[in-house]
Design a protein around this ligand. Structure first.
Ligand code: ZN
Ligand code: ZN
Length: 274
């Protein structure tokens, strides 16, 4: 008991020393963070960007675009208008994706891009914890949390995993409170294409063959939430969703920290037919 308290006090003291020696900096612009910015657990409140307070300075946070309704109910792309009837975007009407819904917390640009790079490529694993909370909060707000049986992270190819040392998506899900996470359900059997030299169609074809369901029994009849760090073209999510459906998943939904938006300021009208 006393040993426990001493240990906690020693840890707290050690942490204070670290903060003095290495005061936390904004992961996007390297500015020092104010003490209140460093607060470990910010409340989400109305504004999802508040969850990034321990990682980004106020200036960088203001540059973040949190994705908010109205969305296309299928692919989750934001519509420009703030109101109006809920309907599918032109693209989902023409060519419905193999997933039932996709949602992301932020636009993949600016400070969010910096943040994800720091997390994925510069080993800032602590960022994963706060980004993971953003995922969960996005799902609670804009997804269908009660309609999921199993959470499946998009896997890395074993070669890439050795190189990087960790799968960022699994790191994001480390404190996930929702439905169970199936870490070995899906495998990546081909590494990501080195994108150079392949046109869009060839990349798509390559990605389409990259995934395999390892544990079919875990998937059959289940409603799956597929989680990735970033959605860009959606080809990876579509490829995973397709093999999960083929293995018997009754429905697949998709959740990511960030997504690329189709245009600068990037909002699509419901009737848009790009
Ligand atoms: Zn900053
Ligand atoms: Zn859509």
């Amino acid at each position: 008991m006393i040993a426990g308290r001493l240990r906690a006090a020693a840890l707290a003291a050690g942490r204070s020393c670290l903060l003095v020696l290495f005061p936390p900096r904004c992961l996007a612009c390297r500015a020092f963070l104010s003490p209140e910015g460093e607060a470990e657990e910010a409340a989400a409140g109305e504004d999802l960007r508040e969850l990034l307070r321990p990682l980004l300075c106020p200036f960088c946070r203001r540059r973040v675009t949190a994705l908010e309704p109205p969305f296309c109910p299928r692919c989750g792309i934001m519509f420009a208008g703030r109101s109006g009837p809920i309907r599918l975007c032109g693209r989902c009407r023409r060519e419905p994706p193999p997933f039932a819904a996709a949602r992301a917390a932020f636009a993949y640009e600016g400070a969010v891009r910096e943040l994800l790079h720091a997390f994925k490529y510069r080993g800032r694993l602590r960022a994963g914890r706060f980004l993971g909370r953003c995922l969960e909060e996005t799902w609670r707000r804009y997804g269908k949390p009660e309609e999921i049986d199993l959470v499946v992270p998009v896997p890395l190819h074993p070669g890439r995993l050795r190189q990087r040392g960790f799968n960022p998506v699994e790191q994001l899900l480390r404190r996930w409170q929702g439905p169970p996470v199936g870490r070995d359900v899906l495998a990546r059997v081909h590494p990501g294409p080195s994108q150079t030299g392949l046109d869009r169609a060839a990349r798509r074809a390559h990605v389409a063959r990259a995934f395999r369901v390892v544990e079919e029994a875990a998937v059959r009849g289940r409603r799956v939430l597929l989680v990735d760090d970033v959605l860009t073209t959606g080809a990876t999510a579509a490829a995973c969703a397709r093999v999960l459906r083929e293995a018997g998943a009754s429905e697949v939904q998709v959740l990511a920290v960030a997504r690329t938006l189709p245009r600068p300021r990037n909002l699509r009208e419901p009737d848009d037919n790009p």
